[in-house]
Design a protein around this ligand. Structure first.
Ligand code: SF4
Length: 254
């Protein structure tokens, strides 16, 4: 069976309610062992920062949001702007994280990284945040299994382009677990990346199934160029620029 048809069939088996009932299966990753992984509120995660800011990208751009940035990532994208999250951080229990988030009295919470799913207890953290009534999103590289992520979470999943240097890490089986509440993001460095991304939309038939985000790499590809390509091709995608970088530039806390 051709790979494209096989993927479409996987994608068509969109799950019924209850993503939370399926725990993530172990993915092949070179992520460092994050440490103790206990169950319940005493489970611990390594946290780089928790802060309140404006959502800088995705369909919630501009909305005040609490960000929980987990430490560590098994990838090394050439354009990474959060290398400070690769190491260090502070161990916090899920109870401590939820308490810290509550102090900001948010409606929206984004769990990001690094790569949050490199720490297995991130699955439980996401469930707890949903249970607390927040609108929760997860930013993930697309290289690790998302099948255990609570269905209430809006997954913002990258598909890594060639210029990222991590194209081979894309776990395309994840597409079977993406639904209309989720978002797929292509971070685009140049025309080659753009054409590759456009081809992936067709190959996996993903346009229209969920929000598709095309984002130029800040300082590498002029937004106006990407905008022109999208319009010329009439692509059904949302183009975005990183609002937080326009407002505050690079660095932690935004
Ligand atoms: S997946 Fe994200 S955090 Fe990890 S290296 Fe790539 S851009 Fe950086």
């Amino acid at each position: 069976m051709p790979a494209v048809i096989r993927m479409k069939s996987l994608f068509d088996r969109i799950r019924g309610p209850g993503r939370s009932s399926r725990m993530a299966t172990a993915s092949k990753t070179d992520a460092p062992e994050p440490g103790p992984q206990n169950r319940g509120d005493s489970a611990r995660l390594r946290i780089t920062e928790i802060f309140y800011s404006l959502q800088g990208e995705s369909r919630s751009v501009g909305i005040p949001t609490v960000f929980v940035r987990l430490t560590g990532c098994p990838l090394r994208c050439g354009y990474c702007d959060t290398e400070y999250a690769f190491q260090g951080g502070e161990w916090m229990t899920i109870a401590e994280i939820v308490t810290r988030v509550a102090q900001e009295r948010p409606r929206y919470v984004t769990v990001t990284g690094g790569e949050p799913l490199a720490q297995r207890s991130s699955i439980e953290l996401l469930e707890r945040l949903c249970d607390a009534g927040y609108e929760v999103s997860l930013e993930t590289s697309g290289a690790l299994d998302i099948s255990g992520v609570d269905r209430r979470v809006s997954v913002v999943m990258d598909i890594k382009t060639p210029a990222s240097g991590e194209e081979t890490r894309n776990l395309y089986t994840n597409l079977a677990h993406i639904d209309a509440n989720d978002q797929i993001k292509f971070v685009i460095c140049d025309r080659t990346d753009y054409e590759w991304s456009r081809a992936k939309l067709a190959e996996f038939d993903i346009a229209g199934r969920c929000e598709i985000l095309f984002s130029p790499v800040h300082g590498t590809l002029k937004p106006v160029e990407l905008a022109g390509w999208i319009l010329a091709d009439r692509l059904p995608v949302r183009m975005q620029v990183q609002l937080h970088k326009l407002l505050w530039g690079d660095g932690p806390g935004h």
